[in-house]
Design a protein around this ligand. Structure first.
Ligand code: SAH
Ligand code: SF4
Ligand code: F3S
Length: 444
């Protein structure tokens, strides 16, 4: 055991994607194994951890704002502050050296070192000096095998199936913050699925930056998700994200064949202009994307498709943007996250191209596309009116505890008056949809 204060209390705050949520559960598990305890009350914590995201500039800004808040706290009492995750990895020395607030910096592949680094920092602080600890090596092998995540309570269990990304889309920082692609042992994943079911989770979401690249021994992702779906007690299996360039028919067939694999695919488009897609190194064209959408819909007619789109990538013209708009209108996807391009240091785009679309133009393209997609989303949601949908109950609605909230198979939020119906999060309930907005369905 490592030397430490009686039982140091840790508070962890997580920014960014589901992968970070999942990593925070690993961090919690490893620290608890070394005698640390966790608190949700920041005021009572001895150690403050922030798991960070680097995907866009506004993600950075949010975290900087958060860190400056922590500075205030650190003036009031002894505190050890650790910055984890993608921003820790991508800003390394810059963050560490000029920032007296930070005691420990650890990247996504270095969390096994956290207990030692935090203990050292705490011991030094008790002696009245500061000892910074950095663990920023990326690994080709680390998959945290043997670490069982300390899961957040709830309905859904995240299971990371692969780490890192080898795609190097030119705009994206992830290959630099999370390193090379590596897949976890399917037996370990299935054991985790069984463990999650035994603990009462009824939904599993498989995570990876590009799940289609999952390979381990003779297994591919289609085989893996089919095996996970066979876990007893699991009502729903979701996954994110696949890359459109290598979407295998076997995966479409596996989704179609298993009633408990949700009929929802998040399929990032990024752009509808072939010229921009080439500059992004996405390796498909707009037409190929549409053909994939049709291929999926042919096998699974009721599939829900969602996407990510970037507006204002380097050299994007009005004509390029209109190509994206055209694909969005033709594909009629169910919903989309639409982002302004944000240049990330060291990426291929930052090195090779100029971030030359004015911010205001980026913003207005985002707004135009959001308007179009909102109309399509609303039209699609209105098609549910008058239908009975099966909903996985998640908990109380945000507005009122008299209302329940849950998700359809296609991941659309539904809200209803609880009344005297049985209400147990994690179970399925059927509701008759009588009203729809672009964000929510209303059931009774
Ligand atoms: N691995 C996932 C994407 C993870 S990042 C995938 O390929 O599907 C989530 C989304 O953030 C991306 O799909 C992209 O639309 C957006 N994104 C990534 N880098 C960005 C950047 N530099 N500027 C703006 N948006 C970006
Ligand atoms: Fe980034 Fe592309 Fe990898 Fe997704 S597939 S994480 S967008 S490099
Ligand atoms: Fe952000 Fe890292 Fe996820 S950059 S989106 S937390 S992989």
């Amino acid at each position: 055991m490592i030397q430490k204060r009686s039982t140091p209390q840790v508070h962890i705050e997580t920014f960014g994607c589901q992968m970070n949520e999942s990593d925070s559960e690993l961090v919690r598990s490893m620290l608890k194994g070394e005698g640390f305890t966790f608190t949700t009350d920041r005021e009572r914590a001895d150690v403050l951890l922030v798991n960070t995201c680097a995907i866009r500039e506004n993600a950075h800004n949010k975290i900087y704002a958060h860190l400056s808040e922590l500075k205030g706290l650190k003036k009031q009492r002894p505190l050890v502050v650790g910055v984890l995750g993608c921003m820790a990895q991508s800003l390394k020395s810059e963050l560490a050296e000029k920032e007296p607030l930070i005691d420990v910096l650890a990247g996504p592949d270095a969390y096994r070192q956290l207990p030692v680094l935090l203990s050292n920092a705490m011991a030094a602080q008790e002696e009245g000096f500061s000892r910074k600890g950095f663990a920023l090596d990326l690994s080709e092998y680390e998959t945290y095998e043997g670490v069982l995540p300390d899961r957040d309570n709830g309905v859904n269990a995240w299971i990371t199936v692969m780490r890192g990304c080898d795609n190097f889309c030119s705009f994206c920082v992830v290959p630099y913050t999370r390193g090379r692609e590596r897949s976890r042992d399917p037996e370990a994943i299935l054991a985790e699925a069984r463990d999650a079911a035994a603990r009462g989770f009824t939904q599993i979401t498989l995570l990876g930056q590009n799940v289609n690249s999952y390979r381990h021994g003779g297994w591919d992702f289609a085989e893996l998700i089919a095996a996970v779906a066979d876990t007893e007690g699991i009502l729903r299996v979701r996954f994110t994200s696949p890359h459109p360039k290598d979407f295998p028919t076997s995966l479409i067939d596996a989704i179609a064949a298993h009633p408990n694999i949700c009929k929802h695919i998040h399929l990032p488009l990024q752009s509808g202009s072939d010229r921009i897609l080439t500059l992004m190194d996405r390796t498909y064209s707009g037409e190929e994307y549409l053909a994939l959408v049709n291929r999926i819909r042919h096998t699974i007619p009721d599939i829900i498709l969602t996407t990510d789109i970037i507006c204002g990538f380097c050299s994007e013209t009005e004509e390029d943007f209109l190509s994206t708009q055209r694909i969005v209108e033709q594909a009629r996807l169910d919903s989309a996250y639409i982002f302004k391009y944000s240049e990330r240091k060291n990426t291929i785009a930052a090195r090779k191209y100029s971030d030359d679309v004015p911010d205001q133009v980026k913003g207005s393209r985002v707004a135009r596309l959001v308007d179009i997609q909102r109309r399509i989303t609303l039209e699609r949601h209105r098609q549910y009116i008058g239908k009975d949908l099966e909903i996985l109950i998640e908990g109380d609605a945000t507005r009122s505890s008299a209302q329940g909230m849950g998700k359809t198979d296609g991941n659309v939020t539904v809200v209803w008056d609880k009344g005297t119906d049985p209400f147990e999060p994690g179970t399925l309930i059927t509701k008759h949809i009588y009203e729809a907005s672009a964000a929510t369905l209303y059931g009774k």
